[in-house]
Design a protein around this ligand. Structure first.
Ligand code: ADP
Length: 261
């Protein structure tokens, strides 16, 4: 019997692969991933999402697929179709939202299985929501998907950029390309038009600068997404803001980033 193969492993895969990473949790990495995916799908691209954030999987909720389970077909697993895209999440394989308490090797095996056993078909874009930091999963993804490019999400706070920089410079070791920095939770636009820098400012630009220096090529700041309460509430409702409230400040910033991918 043929060993299952990973269709995305070849360096010359036609699928554009983005791994969305962050230095720490809570910076909006998952919300950004869900919205980039929904935005790309809304533009008519064939999009897949792998939620590999084992300890904080949230794509089923963010994309409105809570409780949906993938279909098994012979040896293959068919991803859940939602928001015009294909989603597979580690959360679809645990009982009752139980926390995942696997050790490194088990995690790596589970992720590898996502690449080989899940049938996505031809994809234009594959987005991976990775756990924060530089752990086993990030390294497995780097080994299995050398063509994956990193999108580094950070808040504007200087302290946050330092941890994000570590996640980004892992790319030096793995040989992966960093395609850009996304600043999230930037200045909130108040009803009177003024702005409030809740989480500081300048972090995205300074992270992009530092990564460019470390990696030896230009890592652009792809955009800054303001604090927008709608981003949170639409996420909770499983209706990505890019499609459900395109006029909002959050959606406009996200869509401007989608246009650069
Ligand atoms: P991570 O994946 O980095 O842990 P999440 O995407 O889960 O982060 O976001 C953490 C929390 O912040 C969520 O409650 C989310 O709704 C909220 N959030 C993320 N980005 C924004 C934003 N730009 N404005 C307002 N709330 C946001």
């Amino acid at each position: 019997k043929n060993k299952p193969t990973n269709p995305f492993t070849q360096e010359d895969t036609l699928t554009k692969i983005y791994a969305v990473v962050s230095g720490k949790g809570g910076v909006g990495k998952s919300s950004v991933t869900a919205n980039l995916a929904a935005g790309l799908a809304a533009r008519g691209l064939s999009v897949g999402v792998i939620d590999a954030d084992v300890f904080g999987f949230s794509q089923p909720r963010l994309l409105g697929a809570l409780g949906e389970v993938p279909t098994r077909m012979d040896e293959m697993i068919l991803p859940v179709v939602v928001q015009d895209l294909k989603l597979i999440s580690i959360g679809m394989f645990v009982q009752d939202n139980a926390p995942v308490a696997w050790r490194g090797p088990m995690l790596s095996r589970a992720i590898r299985q996502f690449f080989t056993d899940v049938y996505f078909g031809d994809l234009d874009v594959l987005l991976l929501d990775l756990p924060p930091g530089t752990g086993d999963i990030a390294i497995t993804v780097a080994q299995e998907l050398p063509a994956a490019e990193l999108l580094v999400v950070t808040t504007p706070q200087q302290a946050a950029t330092e941890v994000a920089e570590r996640a980004g410079s892992l790319a030096t070791m793995t040989g992966q390309r960093v395609s850009g920095v996304i600043e999230n939770m930037s200045a909130m636009v108040m009803p009177d038009g003024s702005t409030l820098e809740i989480f500081g400012s300048g972090g995205g630009a300074s992270l992009a600068e530092k990564l460019s220096a470390t990696l030896g090529y230009e890592v652009p700041l792809l955009g800054s997404i303001p604090v927008d309460p709608l981003l949170g509430s639409t996420g909770d409702a499983g209706d990505p803001i890019v499609t459900s409230a395109p006029q909002s400040v959050g959606a406009q910033a996200l869509n401007a980033i989608v246009d650069q991918l």
